[in-house]
Write a protein that binds this ligand. Structure first.
Ligand code: ZN
Length: 154
């Protein structure tokens, strides 16, 4: 495994870091902090607490500071955190974080504060209603205008 000390990604046998294109890679050291993953603030805290219970040192940094991009999906929040763990504990940390991730997901399902899709659906319904109102206004407005013109020339 090679290690990029610039963005703390690891990779197999590459000439450049697949993440930040840094050409200066070195063999990874067991104590090197490597990126576990990024997460929203809440999940990051949960993962960090759980890792601490298992004796895994976890460093949490602001997502932006990490400067890592391609490991993440597009839904990145400014409050997102990046979690780094020592390479020797990476596998263990991955198992724990996957477990915490499932728990957090489950929690969200149990008590949805507001399903993320709901606002969008309401917005879509509203825009349809507004659209229909505009058509009705155009139709009835044209009708009224035509009647008014008829009245003028009658
Ligand atoms: Zn890199």
């Amino acid at each position: 495994m090679l290690y990029c000390s610039k963005c703390r990604a690891i990779c197999d046998n590459a000439a450049r870091c697949p993440n930040c294109r840094n050409p200066k890679l070195r063999p990874v050291d067991p104590e090197d902090l490597v990126l576990l993953h990024s997460a929203d603030l809440y999940t990051a805290q949960q993962v960090q607490e759980r890792l601490a219970l298992d004796g895994i040192r976890c460093q949490v940094e602001d997502f932006a500071k990490g400067g890592v991009s391609c490991f993440y999906d597009s839904q990145v929040m400014p409050t997102d955190k990046s979690l780094y763990v020592p390479y020797r504990q990476l596998e263990e940390a991955r198992v724990i974080s996957a477990q915490v991730g499932r728990e957090v997901e489950h929690e969200m399902e149990q008590a949805p504060p507001e399903p993320p899709g709901a606002k969008r659906i309401i917005g879509e319904i509203l825009s349809v209603v507004v659209f229909l109102l505009l058509i009705m206004a155009a139709v009835f407005g044209a009708d009224a205008a035509a009647n008014w013109l008829k009245g003028l020339f009658a």
